[in-house]
Write a protein that binds this ligand. Structure first.
Ligand code: FAD
Ligand code: SF4
Ligand code: SF4
Length: 452
């Protein structure tokens, strides 16, 4: 990625939308909207001082909403260009309130609330579409109770929980436990504010709050408005402390998730959704189980699948190694339902097809290996580029030229074409680049001939 940013022959137009494509192979005119970031890209040094001070917090899409970021943000730490962007929907200043803290703090003077979108036009010989994929939304499968049960997560969410730069710094804290910890933090803040009010009363009257409260309950201070208010404030304070103490006690018993279940083919190989195999999910579940075991050697994982498709050089060996060294058990069976057991433990109901038995087992966390779905907005994108889509809404190519779209000069690679893993996507990207280079070389030689 860094190489792309530095390459003299590559102009990177991030945070931009293609609005119109006209012309034909060798001579396309592409209209691009460079969306306003409210931050000048060439001035921003990516220091992050603005994000540190911004008071407006928003769920972080890069962390799958499991963490939060500020309204001025960089999508992820290694992003190129390393500039920041203001999220206008959440920025106080852009929502008409008073703020501007980021502008005051930015030493590079990069914040520009008056910035507008810019429309630019590019003349290119060939186009490569590499818009990737989206994650199938598992809430379409009601029996898996995604979002209903806190400890049922997607594989992508699990990746963020496993990541050292993620919302839990790589600790497998269960979402149900994280919700309790967040509640404790909110109650602590409330208790602190309420304690301040009590402190003011105590200072003013040189008396303890508990003493005033007790005497008030016994019928004293009926004509003393100040002490009446004080006693009521103390009662409200106790109402905060009681659940706070109960939750703190509960949190003492929390530990990281140790019993993991991975459910394969969620939306894939399922005629209700996508009949195809998404190709990469068997391997990413094994990878995630191995990494989880590296984080905590006592971690056990059960991978439920119709079969494990470890189809590439070294993949079968990796699967076996996972079983031998990383406490992974492979169960051949389709999971029919996930229920909630005690302590928010998801209980997996499944048929073990090898033993021909319906079984159930409780886990600390269940991870859904979701299908590779066409990227959102693919229909509009296909219209803009004039390319055809296949029956599943990936960009159509011919089986003999798997990077050629239906329009000459427009190529496609990676999951925009069909589900595939990173090495395959990279190989296809090289192939698409080579097809595009053929056109560029031909144009150059025609130009040279015309000059000669
Ligand atoms: C949980 C999980 C774990 C995985 N782990 C692995 C793994 O360990 N190894 C492996 O090989 N594969 C893994 N994969 C698969 C891997 O994610 C894909 O193979 C790979 O991302 C495909 O690359 P791509 O460039 O085609 O698409 P993407 O990675 O999706 O990239 C597409 C890019 O295009 C951008 N984009 C989308 N629409 C537009 C638009 N209209 N205009 C401009 N830009 C747009 C997107 O923002 C994105 O940056 C995993 C997948 C999942 C779901
Ligand atoms: S002006 Fe907006 S982006 Fe800047 S600090 Fe305030 S809320 Fe955050
Ligand atoms: S790769 Fe595995 S989990 Fe993914 S769809 Fe294919 S069989 Fe199912």
């Amino acid at each position: 990625m860094l190489d792309v940013g530095r390459h003299p022959n590559i102009e990177l137009l991030a945070y931009s939308d293609v609005e119109k494509v006209e012309g034909q192979e060798g001579d396309f005119t592409v209209t691009v909207r460079r969306k306003r970031r409210y931050v000048e890209e060439d001035k921003c040094t990516g220091c992050g001082a603005c994000a540190e001070k911004c008071p407006s917090m928003v769920p972080d899409a890069f962390d799958e909403g499991l963490g939060s970021r500020s309204a001025v943000y960089s999508y992820f730490a290694q992003g190129i260009p390393s500039t920041h962007t203001i999220d206008a929907d959440y920025c106080r200043q852009l929502q008409g309130k008073k703020c501007g803290i980021c502008k005051k703090i930015c030493q590079a003077d990069a914040i520009n609330f008056e910035q507008e979108d810019r429309i630019i036009s590019l003349n290119v010989g060939a186009i490569i579409i590499a818009v990737g994929y989206d994650i199938f939304d598992p809430s379409q499968i009601p029996e898996y109770r995604f979002r209903e049960l806190p400890n049922v997560v997607t594989a992508m969410e699990f990746e963020r929980l496993l990541s050292a730069s993620g919302p839990t710094h790589g600790h497998l804290d269960r979402p149900s436990d994280r919700a309790v910890v967040a509640e404790i933090e909110a109650l602590k803040k409330k208790a602190k504010r309420s304690q301040k009010t009590l402190d003011r009363f105590e200072k003013k009257h040189d008396q303890a709050s508990a003493d005033v409260y007790e005497k008030y309950r016994q019928g004293q201070y009926q004509d003393d408005e100040d002490r009446k208010k004080w006693a009521e404030q103390y009662a409200a304070h106790l109402e905060i402390l009681e659940p706070l103490e109960a939750l703190q006690k509960k949190a003492e018993g929390f530990s990281v998730a140790k019993r993991l279940a991975f459910i394969q083919c969620v939306g894939s190989r399922d005629f209700r959704f996508y009949p195809f195999c998404s190709g990469y999910c068997c391997m990413h579940s094994i990878k995630e189980a191995i990494i989880a075991h590296e984080h905590g050697p006592e971690t056990t994982s059960t991978i439920f699948g119709m079969d494990i498709r470890a189809v590439s050089k070294g993949f079968e060996e990796y699967k076996i190694r996972g079983g031998k060294n990383s406490n992974i058990t492979y169960v051949r069976g389709r999971v029919s339902e996930i229920m909630e057991g005690t302590d928010h433990n998801p209980v997996v109901i499944y048929e073990d097809t090898q033993q021909r038995q319906v079984k159930e087992e409780a886990f600390d966390m269940v991870i859904l290996a979701t299908a590779c779905a066409p990227v959102k907005g693919i229909n509009e994108l296909a219209k803009t580029f004039g390319v055809e889509l296949d029956e599943y809404n990936f960009i159509k190519t011919s089986s003999l030229s798997p990077v050629d779209s239906s329009v000459p000069g427009i190529f496609v690679c990676g999951c925009a074409e069909s589900p595939m893993d990173v090495p395959e996507s990279v190989a296809q990207a090289s192939s698409a680049a080579e097809r595009a280079a053929e056109i560029a070389i031909q144009l150059k030689s025609e130009e040279e001939k015309a000059v000669a």
